[in-house]
Design a protein around this ligand. Sequence first.
Ligand code: MSP
Length: 512
Amino acid sequence: MENYYVTTPIYYVNDEPHLGHIYTTIAADVLARHQRMSERDVFFLTGVDEHGQKVQQAAEKRGIAPIELADQVVERYQSLWPELQISNDDFIRTSSDRHKAGVQAMWRRLENAGAIYKDFYEDWYCVPCEAYWTETQLKDADCWDAKHCPDCKRAVEKIQEESYFFRLSAFQDRLIEHIKANPDFIAPASRRNEVLSFVESGLRDLSISRTTFSWGVPVPGDDKHVIYVWIDALTNYLSALGFPEPEQPAHWPADVHLIGKDILRFHAVYWPAMLMAVELPLPKRIFAHGWWTVEGEKMSKSKGNALRPAELLEKYEADVLRYFLLREVPFGQDGDFSFTSLKQRYNTELANDVGNLLNRSLAMLNKYRDGVLGAVAEESEADRALIADVEAMQREVAACMDKQAFHLALERINAVVRHGNRYVEDNAPWSLAKQGENARLDSVLYHLVETLRLVALQLLPFMPEKMTAMLGQILNRKVQADNFSFSADGGWGVLAAGHQCRKPEPLFPRMD
Ligand code: MSP
């Protein structure tokens, strides 16, 4: 079995989960489920990033220890994921012993490779962003004065301290070479160009330790220093696999790191350079998705408009959210979350299209044939066209999933659903029943039910609960989402004549 390793960023514990966090995790889950159905040995990792000054300060403000704050937020994530049908294989905490051991091993390997040295560090630091800025970067930034973070526009602090450095500059040429030689390494393409020009503009060595706070992994052999949060955080992708044991972890390299666009530089520059230094293979792909606004506005804690998953789950079923988030916005672009467009999409694509095709097909099968499928005597041109469309959909959806083009995959599935509804109109089973053309009626109903079954299979990774229910109605047995595979179940004609389907139960009632 081929391996497949997909990751999400590990989320900071100084904030509660919001829309942005569930977005990446849902996307990763859909990939994981699709690849499991393609019979790959999947490892799907998510987790939390617990260290750093920000977390230490947030905990101090509340008068609790950083680990207590972390425990509270971890609990939120761990209870949220099952509610959203997230099927992660592991959950990594950076405060865990297995992770700390991995980070210290990474440090030693970097040190042994001659990639670390000690020096003095003077720079501007943005605490909320945990980012360092040079004088020039601050001056170049479009800000009202040079003492503000070019990203978040908050005040930066001047820092001078003893620090360890990573020889990032030594990897500039190899990084450029790698990015150029591997067009799929960074996606989407616009992001790839952005990274390339950043690397080409020259890399400075990276300060990778701090002495100004203590909530982190100590530098091996010099525990006055704490390891810079990004070295710590990025190593999670390996520590979860047991790094430094075994020498070559089975699931490494990752097939895809899913991230938001704001953390691309860390993943597409620092992380590959670190891996080059310790001579480990680089991840195959880094996909940076866009950011959501809510009803046209940027989400922010101070505005109080951050969409919280708990609120969303009170209003909508998990599957509906999963579908909407991946259908509404091309993965990689920014998008806006609006309740009106959610309702609109739900009513047209789920209630009117899929829901209607399922209801009318099973209703007619039950009305005219007692729910029993008949044999297909002779295939018409319309039947063959429908089968061809279903089979093309299967191939094209697989290709879309390899590129993380979720919206295109869903569009392609929906095209088959619309084809199915047209097929109903064109072949008018009700007239066939009236005229007693039973052979043709059986054939039409069979093609509809097979189409529905194969559509449900493709939609299963996106909407595991709804599609399990849909398959249950078609297959007339108790089904479990993870018992299906494309090779065993994906062929046309798996259902035999004489198979009994259930009466339809509406899956997507209209939303008012
Ligand atoms: N801890 C780091 C990641 C370390 S990975 C080795 C971090 N954490 S975070 O909690 O701040 O952000 C996690 C993810 O949430 C990022 O990928 C970020 O892009 C994403 N989002 C935060 N706000 C978002 C939106 N408004 N929309 C979509 N995603 C957003 O960064």
